[in-house]
Design a protein around this ligand. Sequence first.
Ligand SMILES: *Cc1c(COP(=O)(O)O)cnc(C)c1O
Length: 455
Amino acid sequence: MTDLAAGVVPVVGGPSLPQERRLVTEIPGPKALALHARRVAAVASGIGSTLPIEVVAAGGGVLVDSDGNSLIDLGSGIAVVNVGNAAPAVAQAVAAQAAAFTHTCFMITPYEGYVAVCEHLNRLTPGDHAKKSALFNSGAEAVENAVKIARHATGRTAIVVMEHAYHGRTNLTMALTAKSMPYKAGFGPFAPDIYRVPMSYPYRSGGVDSGAEAAAAAIDHIRTEIGADTVAAVLVEPIQGEGGFIVPGTGYLPALVEFCNESGILFIADEIQTGFGRTGAWFACEHEGIVPDLITTAKGIAGGLPLAAVTGRADVMDAVHSGGLGGTYGGNPVACAAALATIDLLESSGLIVQAQQLGAAMRTRLDAMKSRDRGIGEVRGRGMMQAIELVKPGTTQPDPERVRAVLAICHSQGVVTLSAGTYGNVIRFLPPLVISEHLLHEGLDVVSEALASTR
Ligand SMILES: *Cc1c(COP(=O)(O)O)cnc(C)c1O
């Protein structure tokens, strides 16, 4: 610890790092600012950064920077390092696979890791029907492929998505995404035959549990304005991520699934942000007991390595002709090794139960903050995916300025926090599932103080 304070950069990450918040310079410090200057000169300005430190190591619940600061991580690199950053089992699996072979292209000469990841996904995703999987590199690519598969399997072309949805940044997934700024503005024209319907957003529909009503409105819209028999798939995040951790009212998702089943429409659950233990279950669909026809996964799947998947009903997945799906790197062997280690950790180490327990502790803290702050309109989420929506006191008018002020304080105090929401007025909390209870509380203490000083 003293060597860190003296500015010596640690060479190992993972949980061996001291699990503490420690500030030895301002954030960002001088080395971070020097990197930032290089970055401004070399990196396209379309790529943003929430907190421009220079990370040199990370593990457990901390990120360590080149200035010797140790920050509490309440973001997990956007819900990716659920099992912890540089988790030793993941790092070892990656090193061993990289030493054996790094790439062959599964479409040319296959290997076991790819098949094993698919077997696990087929077993772990909701529903006990026969399933198959295909692997890709990013969440957006998985969503694109789910749409390709759904169109091919149904012979229909229309795709229905939700208000506040986020599905990625490629051309098709921009069309599927709701929010214009920053995701879509200036990037059109967008892919056709995409239709947006109302999402259940209980807080913004009078605080009532609007699940059944919102589903009826969405279904009515599909029937009357789109035509149910033209629709290949309804694509939904079971808890919306970038949209602001919107948990639909009870019954919304089951009603949509039922409608899809009756109408020959495939129900696709985008569990890219909600998957792999994040919500206190393997997948968020489980909280409502729904079984999607197709499910897209990425983010938490491989402990930080780029991997994504589409998993679904075997007959639907197999509707596509041989060679119709793929990509050079999809299911890269190193990423698959990381996924196998990640899945093993989630299954064997009680992390999903821990997500329930730590998530409940986090929820209690956030509820307490709301009880003394009229600017917190709602606390919502499940497990280790919780958020607060900030509004002008006594109204439901969004307060994105205060979100920016709170985040700036948290960042300067060494706590990595993220915003979200169509109106930019949501603060979301996505700690690694392995964070210590002590660090989680310390991080939330800082959030609480930042809220108090901006009230
Ligand atoms: C992040 C995200 C995506 C896109 O994943 P990328 O890997 O960034 O392409 C799609 N859907 C949801 C719900 C996400 O959270």
